[in-house]
Design a protein around this ligand. Sequence first.
Ligand SMILES: [Ca+2]
Ligand SMILES: [Ca+2]
Ligand SMILES: [Ca+2]
Length: 170
Amino acid sequence: MASNTLFNNLDEFDVVHINSEFADQDSDHDPSVARFTLPQYVGTQKNDTFTGTDLNEVITGGFGGDRLTGGGGSDRFVYTNIEDSGDRIEDFITGTDKIVLTQLLNSLVPGGYNGTNAIADGYVQLVQRGGKVVLQINQDGFGDDNRFRNYITVENVLAADLSALNNFVF
Ligand SMILES: [Ca+2]
Ligand SMILES: [Ca+2]
Ligand SMILES: [Ca+2]
């Protein structure tokens, strides 16, 4: 069984024949194998423009102010480094796409981030600016440094919608 979105990424489906019809069988059924591809986009250290397809894509802009469009499917926008900033995610679909901050948070928290909600834990703040949301990062959570700095902009969303935990991987 596969969800509709994962099914978009089906590459190959086959049955592995292990002689299940013969007396000296290893098993009374032939196992089936499905192969899925998750297209990965990895940008350069400069400003990149990426336009996704209807497939589920894993999109890492890297350094530079990148313009990222996931297209259809369930896309993951991956952030790894606090020195990155200025990206614009142009078509984030709340409840479907995800912003992945795992590596970024692990780089900020000694021993790695083990929490489940980096917004509640003071590392991430979502600020509505017109029709856009600026995602800000505070490097030490509820530590002494209270400064939130602008990190990325998510266009055409409401902070109230984006703040749902299913839009993030922390
Ligand atoms: Ca880039
Ligand atoms: Ca970037
Ligand atoms: Ca896509």
